[in-house]
Design a protein around this ligand. Structure first.
Ligand code: WTA
Length: 708
């Protein structure tokens, strides 16, 4: 059966119009005050990092590091796409982050730790103290655990100082750390232990989250059992104590396997460990990419190139000076935290804030109180956090006396209205904003404005970073014309120092996932034949700014038309009452797939679930989708939900909503921040006694029924 109105829609709306409906926004200029103090003000910087100077341009970043042996070659492309950066060079990460700063900054805070309980005062750790702790921990890892360069060790630590101390202690020895996000389950941790081949797990007894002291030791036991079942034996489990000297978990320690770090450390008091000079190409850490289906991917990052890229981008884009107090609200368990809480700020001798808890505990003014108290002047967070904080407390930032010079948004497209709130209210129109686009695989930013040089444009990540040469391919693998405003597959034509080396233990999967599709000639030794495929949709506007449209695997195919879920969501977000929106594909007999929309509303909105006004909100959400994208994007249903199911890191679990919408079982939701809301939503959508579908389920839908 043919639906005439839809057919008309198809011919009227181009792919790009469907995918790219945020209108072009006005530009915002950085303030003179910011420009005067900025690290990067050279208007020729992109030209200096242009193709004519590639790859030597990246020497600029490598020079920000201290090398124990200088490199002899900037880039070796002899085995594509396994690029080698700064070949022949040797260096040590912990030396670069700590030792070299001691002469000048010994008693300056490297980290300030803010525990979630607000009555506990913040704890500053100086570079000197960090040096002592990292050395002692390195001695323990070496002498008690027998770890040496090249070994892997899995960390499953929450946001306390123990985490960067452990990471840096590993790097002092050349041990490869694999930090698993603290909010992940013991099972996820176990599978990552197995994949990385770790014999040692480093965890903690407990940590604070939303006012509760959570038992984390229990996850260590599950992790070890899971790894064991998968064939990987863990012989030592090291447990930090949230309150040293006191065990805060009800889960018993296992004799002969589990050890308290602070007890062991007594033996290593004052021990110093020479930093091991590591080859520039030696792996520095593994970071497993966040939960899609199948085996977790261990993104393997190299020492020299990664550190160089993170130092360069932290200096030019984050505008970090040693005098800055910098707060990135991400979790160190994600790549953002590795690059821009630990390595970047420390390489530049800044003070980096580590906050243990949730941003809205005990109330939504908490982040602004922390910023004011600590004198934070650089702030870094995600659109999800911006939306959540705006939703619950739009007026709160202006009541606090903080002042930022610089703010970052990362992780998802930010809709212009959220951007403006961030700019007006959080930044008080004083702070520049950088919208940084990149991925776990990339090590550091790929697209962003350079804050003192480029105007900001809400909703756009900005131009490519210096030394990054993007290309967008259409579905027929043709290059789109630069600045065409057409949507396509975002790729990077050239290697850069921050790109991952490979997927741990799976070179073939690395090639297949990122390079196979656009490689013109698998025999070619020319990097120009090996574009990196990001897996994101993007468009480039005439001004050269890129707008990221979300994962291509988040695309919904409606009657053969591809609709970005992110695009539909942003349309929903134009309805003032809507605080958050999530769109999932639902199987539809006629159109293949149709979008289902879930929205949560701003506090105080009149359309709360069940209220009379909700029908009006639903109508306006549908209208927004139709008006901004086309009738093709009309949602099957709009559900107003009390809250979105979210991971502890704040990402909306579309998987859960997709399962509900498609009549599938929701699976394990125990690791969610708010698991109880799932049943409420399920009953709302499926009714009390829904039976999970047993029909053959097509693949794109089945992914919602699979659980990690
Ligand atoms: C998305 C996080 C729009 C994108 C650093 C990418 C963004 C995925 C942005 C990577 C941005 C990241 N604007 N989308 N500024 N930054 N993304 O690996 O879809 O956790 O592919 O790395 O987040 O997420 P990941």
């Amino acid at each position: 059966m043919t639906d005439k109105s839809n057919v008309d829609e198809h011919t009227e709306a181009s792919e790009a119009q469907i995918a790219v409906h945020w209108k072009e926004e006005q530009y915002f200029q950085p303030s003179q005050t910011f420009i005067e103090q900025a690290n990067m003000t050279d208007p020729d910087i992109r030209q200096k990092f242009g193709e004519a100077n590639f790859p030597d341009c990246f020497k600029d970043y490598a020079d920000m590091l201290t090398w124990s042996t200088p490199y002899t070659k900037v880039l070796d492309t002899s085995k594509p796409p396994f690029w080698k950066w700064f070949v022949g060079g040797k260096l040590n990460a912990s030396y670069n982050c700590i030792d070299r700063h001691l002469a000048q900054y010994r008693n300056k805070a490297a980290f300030i730790f803010v525990g979630e309980p607000e009555q506990d005062p913040p704890v500053a750790m100086t570079y000197q103290e960090l040096y002592v702790r990292v050395n002692e921990m390195a001695a323990l890892l070496r002498d008690f655990c027998g770890l040496k360069a090249g070994d892997r060790v899995t960390l499953h630590l929450p946001m306390t100082l123990d985490l960067p101390i452990t990471m840096l202690a590993c790097t002092r020895l050349g041990v490869i750390h694999s930090q698993v996000f603290g909010g992940f389950s013991g099972q996820s941790c176990g599978s990552r232990i197995q994949d990385s081949g770790s014999h040692v797990l480093i965890s903690t007894d407990a940590y604070w989250r939303s006012g509760k002291l959570i038992d984390h030791k229990v996850n260590a036991d599950i992790a070890v059992q899971t790894a064991e079942k998968l064939g990987q034996h863990v012989d030592k489990v090291l447990i930090w104590q949230r309150y040293p000297g006191k065990y805060s978990s009800p889960t018993p320690m296992v004799e002969g396997r589990d050890f308290f770090v602070n007890e062991l450390l007594q033996k290593y008091a004052g021990k110093q460990v020479e930093p091991v000079p590591m080859d520039a190409e030696a792996p520095l850490f593994l970071m497993y990419s966040s939960g899609t289906t199948g085996q977790p991917k261990g993104c393997q990052h190299r020492t020299g190139g990664y550190l160089a890229y993170v130092a360069g981008t932290s200096k030019y884009i984050q505008d970090i000076h040693p005098t800055d107090t910098y707060w990135c609200m991400a979790d160190i368990g994600w790549i953002t935290g590795h690059s821009y809480i630990v390595y970047g700020p420390l390489l530049l001798a800044a003070t980096s804030v580590i906050y243990e808890g949730v941003p809205t505990y005990p109330d939504v003014r908490r982040p602004w109180r922390i910023a004011e108290r600590l004198g934070v002047n650089i702030f870094h967070t995600s659109p999800t956090a911006v939306r959540a904080l705006r939703r619950a407390g739009p007026e709160e930032p202006r009541k606090c006396g903080h002042h930022f010079k610089h703010m970052t948004t990362v992780g998802e497209p930010i809709e212009p209205s959220a951007w403006r709130w961030y700019y007006d209210e959080v930044g008080k129109r004083e702070a520049v904003i950088v919208d940084t686009w990149w991925q776990t695989e990339n090590g550091g930013f790929l697209c962003s404005t350079i804050p003192a040089l480029d105007a900001m444009k809400p909703g756009s990540a900005g131009p490519a970073m210096p030394g990054i040469y993007p290309v967008i391919f259409d579905d027929n693998d043709e290059e789109l014309v630069k600045g065409s405003g057409q949507a396509g597959n975002m790729c990077i034509r050239n290697p850069w120092p921050g790109i991952m080396q490979t997927i741990w233990g799976d070179d073939q999967r690395f090639v297949d996932t990122y390079y196979k599709r656009y490689c013109k000639d698998p025999q070619s030794k020319d990097w120009r034949d090996w574009p990196y495929m990001s897996g994101d949709g993007a468009m480039q506007a005439a001004d050269g700014y890129y707008r990221i449209l979300g994962r291509l695997d988040d695309v919904i195919n409606v009657s053969g038309h591809r609709l970005g879920t992110k695009e539909i969501e942003s349309a929903c977000l134009t309805v003032p009452e809507v605080a958050e929106a999530a769109v999932v594909p639902v199987m539809d007999e006629i159109r293949g797939r149709v979008p289902d929309v879930y929205v949560s509303l701003n506090a105080g909105s009149t359309g709360m679930p069940g209220s009379g006004a909700s029908a009006d909100v639903v109508d306006r959400v549908i209208k927004a989708c139709e008006d901004m994208i086309g009738k093709i994007a009309r949602p099957r249903q709009v559900y107003i939900v009390p809250d979105m199911p979210k991971t502890r890191s704040g990402k909306i679990m579309r998987r859960v909503l997709g399962a509900i919408s498609n009549g599938l079982a929701v699976g394990d939701v125990t690791t969610l921040a708010n698991g109880t809301v799932v049943e409420e939503i399920r009953v709302m959508v499926q009714g009390k006694h829904a039976v999970a579908s047993t029909d053959a389920i097509p693949e794109d839908i089945a992914k919602f029924g699979q659980h990690d």
